[in-house]
Each structure stands twice: as C-alpha cells, then as structure tokens.
Design a protein around this ligand. Structure first.
Ligand code: NAD
Length: 295
C-alpha cells in the first residue's frame, strides 16, 4: 500500500511499547488511528502521547480513537471492527500486536501450568485469529488492506512454552495468509513482525493476567528461574527503542514486505536449525539454550 495518508489504522496493544510506537508512526504518516488495548487508563494516556508527539514534530493533527478491547474475546474484537468502520468508513491497516509474556519465564523445566498456556494462547494466538475474522472480510470487500501480525523470534526457535507455541502459530498463519492473499491477488498485504529484544513493558505482562490464570504456589520461581527473569529484564532494557520498530513496520507496509526482523544476528542463528532439520539431525542442545533466551 503506497499511500497511507488519510487512511485508517487499527492497532491492538496500543497503550504501551511497540503498539504505541506504531500509533505514533501511523499518525505521523497522516493516518487516522484507532488505539485499542485492554488497559483503559493507559490507553487514554497513549492517545495524549500520540497527539503530543505530532505537535512536537509540527505534524498535522489526525483523528484518533481509543477503544478498550480484550483481543481474547471474539465479540470485543468484532465490536472494535464495527466501531472503527462506523467512525472512519473503512480500515486499511490492522496491527494484531497485543501480546503477553505469560509465566513461561518462570515455569519449571517441563512444568506445564495449563491456565498459563490458555491465557497466553488466548491473547497471543486467538487475538490474531479474532483480528483476521473481524477485519479481513471488510478489507477483502474493499480490495485493499494490510495486516501486520506481531510474532517474535521466539516463533522461529524451539521452546517448550505457551509463548513460543503462540508465536510459532502466528508465524505459520501469517505465512499462510500471505500465500492466500498473494496467490489469489486479493489486494490485502500481510507482514509478520518478528522482533528480537525491544525495550517495552512485556516483562510486566502479569499486570493483565486474568484472575483465573493466576499462578499457583507450585509455580513459585526458583533462584535459577529468578535469575533468568532478571537476565530477560536486562536484555529488554538494553533492547531496541520501540520507535525504531514503528519505522520498520511503516516501511514494510509501504514496500509490501512480509518479514519484519529487528535483529539479524538472531535471524542468522536460524541457519543451524534449518541445517539440522534438512539433515534430519536431532535438535542441537546449545541452540536450544540460546533460543530459550530469545523473545
Ligand atoms: N518486547 C520484546 O522484546 C518483544 C519481542 C518479541 C515480540 N514481542 C511482542 O510484541 C508485542 C507487543 O508487546 P510489547 O513488547 O510492546 O509489550 P507491552 O507490554 O509494552 O505492550 C503490550 C500491550 O498489549 C496489551 N495487552 C495485553 N493483553 C491484552 C489483551 N488481552 N487484549 C488487548 N491488549 C492486551 C497490554 O496492555 C500492552 O499495552 C507482543 O505481541 C509481544 O509478544 C515483544
């Protein structure tokens, strides 16, 4: 999609981190933006943030709309589509970006906390499916649109966790959707964002954990697991500025580019995995260890 000005973007998980950076970037490109998130108060602050960032740069104001939405709910995502289309006439860009880190960071090796899996899959996987279900028919009818799904480098490397599973699923369905849209020339572009470490609040995802998914006492982290969480927090803090990802996403939509990577060193590490697969070799343990630290 070459010209974004005057069109409308819907971003889920827009109250923080990368989603907020997409909203800022789209607004700067002259798009109307629907900022959607499960956190109402943070969403109001995010809308003010986008307005301020436009004013700071001397950019023209755009129309902004805040919509509190839990992407785990098909009904709420459908309501998001309906209210966005009612307000702006059409939606050209959808970023299925809302996501949670879950408790996989602290799960004991081999430990499976079913509520954790359900919560993480509900948000990270079903949230994307709900986005496709509610916005794709509209885009297909218009013969124009672009969907950006936020996966992760964790969606390329093995990991026995709900987070990895959800992100592998997002990578797979995004590639499948791209194939469908392109082969049949349906006018809808698809991108799959696979970030490495980015400096956001993802390590504080528990702030949005529903009560039914609360970790049990059995999941109390060991000192080793706590050290790992610390490691991850450090990696995130020294990670990429989310605004750099906003630029990449904007450019990928313009260029109709499928893969959006933020860390090519991590991408290069995929070679070992593919070599092993092609050779029918068992997964390399050192690779597994490296991968358990990807995000
Ligand atoms: N930060 C990283 O290093 C990194 C790396 C790879 C992938 N990601 C992915 O990037 C995406 C954005 O996360 P972020 O890093 O900006 O973290 P973040 O926590 O700063 O932002 C995530 C946003 O999603 C919202 N959210 C959580 N549950 C929701 C729900 N059920 N419905 C709607 N909104 C919900 C949160 O309120 C928050 O505003 C996620 O999908 C995450 O998995 C992050």
């Amino acid at each position: 999609m070459k010209d974004l000005k005057g069109k409308t973007a819907v971003v889920t998980g827009a109250a923080s981190g990368m989603g907020l950076s997409f909203a800022r970037r789209f607004a700067r490109a002259g798009m109307n933006v629907v900022l959607s998130d499960i956190e109402g108060p943070a969403l109001d602050i995010a809308v003010e943030d986008v307005k301020a960032s436009l004013a700071e740069r001397g950019s023209d104001p755009v129309e902004l709309m805040a919509a509190v939405t839990d992407v785990a709910s098909a009904d709420e995502v459908e309501a998001l589509a309906t209210s966005s289309i009612e307000r702006f006439g059409s939606v050209a860009v959808l970023c299925n970006n809302a996501g949670v880190g879950g408790g996989s960071l602290t799960a004991s090796p081999g430990g499976v906390h079913l509520e954790d899996w359900k919560w993480v899959m509900d948000v990270n996987f079903w949230g994307v499916v709900h986005g496709h279900a509610s916005f794709l028919p509209h885009m297909l009818e218009n013969g124009e649109g672009h969907i950006v799904n936020t996966a992760s480098m964790a969606g390329h490397f093995p990991g026995h966790s709900a987070y990895s599973a959800s992100k592998w699923a997002v990578v797979g369905i995004s590639e499948g959707l791209f194939d469908q849209m392109t082969r049949e020339d349906l006018g809808v572009g698809v991108s799959c964002l696979c970030p490495g470490w980015v400096n956001t609040k993802i390590a504080e995802s528990a702030r949005n954990r529903p009560e039914w998914a609360a970790p049990s006492a059995l999941n109390e982290p060991s000192p080793e697991q706590e050290a790992r969480v610390e490691f991850i927090r450090d990696q995130l803090q020294s990670g990429l500025d989310p605004d750099a990802v906003g630029d990449l996403v904007h450019d990928a939509i313009i260029d109709d580019q499928f893969w959006i990577f933020t860390d090519m060193t991590m991408v290069a590490a995929l070679e070992t995995r593919f070599k092993n697969v092609l050779a029918c070799a068992n997964p390399a343990m050192d690779l597994g260890a490296a991968l358990s630290q990807t995000n």
